[in-house]
Design a protein around this ligand. Structure first.
Ligand SMILES: Cc1ncc(COP(=O)(O)O)c(C=O)c1O
Ligand SMILES: N[C@@H](CCCC[NH3+])C(=O)O
Length: 410
């Protein structure tokens, strides 16, 4: 029995996300050690877990941030992160988001298309400044990951095609209100074999050389995020960050480029669990179900990608049976695991592992379920870093509009 988890569940209720600061530190140290000696800036990808206390911790550890919305920039600012270490990715940056980022003097826009480049130039002119830009190049490398989280193939919506890249850089160099600083890519997420990332780096460097020959000299190379984590200890191998770092450092040797990385999942994924209580065990003719108080709105990954998360019984070891572990949401796709060998009975506390990344940040209020609380373990101390949402929180914005509706009655 894990008494820490049992105590936390009793104190804060379930479902509950629990993160371990020591594990966050170990993950960031892993990157710092692998890239020590190179000019590398780690820009944590806020989308993986944007909790303000986690951002504050990464900022204190010297990290910058990778954002994909004005909302994520607001998070970085609220957490005391440095906009001058913040890069802005994403295919659909709105004019308001671009203005907000210009006003806050972010490090760089990772530009994903020519129309976006023109818009940034125009808005920088309007704001009376120059916009720092990098072009996100789609290297057409197969990341060999789930198709929904593969981003570096020609058919994906992300980045500027390699074939169009030189012309795009020439256009950027002509624009009066942008400073062309760098080049970036991000080929996908949850990569276990990192050789496609090295291949992408090689392709980008070849492009960088072709540009230099035309007088367009860049200062930084941003290789994105994407390094995977072990979700299933029986199946997954640990990605070799040190070997990846060594390969990248060899390729960059003597080039004087600043290296930027945008890891998300690999910094937080295995630092978190989702604690959930078993409400019922329902035995069926063909199938058994373990019904928990956590659902797809708390952890979407199994429903969305058929993703595997290891699930353990925190309360007791019991005789195991095969069951679907499902939540209370009214969707057949609402499962945390399917056909899983698990020993559990009503009232038991379960831990869903690998829930530090893309769990709380993808949570929703579907079925009017309040989003769960989040706790950060700091040594022996448990700190609440997000209060459990209340029904009042959920209803407030609609209640505020109700009187207008009654006025419409005929
Ligand atoms: C542009 C960009 N950078 C960084 C990340 C973070 O990726 P990961 O969590 O796989 O490290 C993502 C998400 O895949 C992304 O789209
Ligand atoms: N949300 C995804 C990863 C997408 C990464 C965003 N670019 C996951 O849970 O695995």
């Amino acid at each position: 029995m894990n008494t820490v988890y049992t105590d936390l569940a009793a104190r804060f209720g379930t479902p509950l996300y629990v993160y371990d600061r020591q594990a966050l530190d170990a993950a960031i140290d892993n990157y710092f050690n692998a890239f020590s000696g190179s000019r590398a800036l780690i820009c944590y990808a806020v989308k993986a877990n944007g909790n303000l206390s986690i951002l504050k911790h990464f900022a204190a550890r010297g990290c910058g941030f990778d954002i994909v919305s004005g909302g994520e920039l607001a998070r970085v600012l609220a957490a005391g992160g440095d906009p001058a270490k913040t890069v802005f990715s994403g295919v659909g940056k709105s004019a308001d988001e671009i203005r907000f980022a210009l006003q806050n003097k972010i490090k760089c826009f990772n530009v994903e298309s020519l129309p976006e480049l023109e818009r940034i130039n125009a808005l920088a002119a309007e704001t009376g400044c120059r916009a720092p830009v990098s072009l996100r190049i789609n290297p057409d490398v197969d990341a060999q990951t789930h198709p929904y989280i593969s981003t570096g193939l020609k058919d994906n919506k992300f980045g500027i095609a390699m074939a169009d890249a030189e012309a795009a850089y020439r256009r950027a160099a002509e624009l009066p209100h942008v400073d062309v600083l760098g080049m970036d890519c991000h080929i996908g997420s949850q990569l276990i074999d990192l050789s496609p990332m090295v291949e992408a780096c090689e392709r980008l460097l070849a492009l960088l050389d072709r540009l230099a020959a035309q007088g367009i000299v860049l200062q930084h190379l941003d290789l994105g995020g994407g390094i995977g984590i072990v979700y299933d200890p029986k199946q997954d191998a640990e990605p070799d960050i040190a070997a990846y770092a060594a390969a990248v450092r060899r390729l960059l040797d003597g080039r004087g480029l600043e290296l930027i990385l945008e890891p998300g999942r690999s910094l937080v994924g295995n630092a978190g669990v989702l604690l959930t209580r078993v409400e019922y065990v329902k035995r069926g003719e063909n199938k058994d179900f373990v019904i928990t108080d956590a659902a797809m709105n708390d952890l979407l990954r199994p429903a969305l990608y058929d993703a595997y998360h290891h699930i353990s019984n925190v309360s007791a070891e019991r005789e195991a049976f095969v069951a679907d572990i499902v939540g209370p949401v009214c969707e057949t796709g609402d499962f945390l695991a399917q056909n899983r060998l698990i020993g559990a009975q009503a009232g038991d506390l379960l831990a869903v592992h690998g829930a530090g990344a893309y769990a709380a940040s993808m949570a929703s209020n579907y079925n009017s379920r309040p989003r769960a609380a989040e706790v950060l373990l700091c040594g022996g101390e448990a700190k609440l870093i997000r209060r459990r949402e209340t029904l009042d929180n959920i209803l407030a914005d609609e209640k505020a509009c109700l009187s207008g509706i009654s006025a419409c009655h005929h």
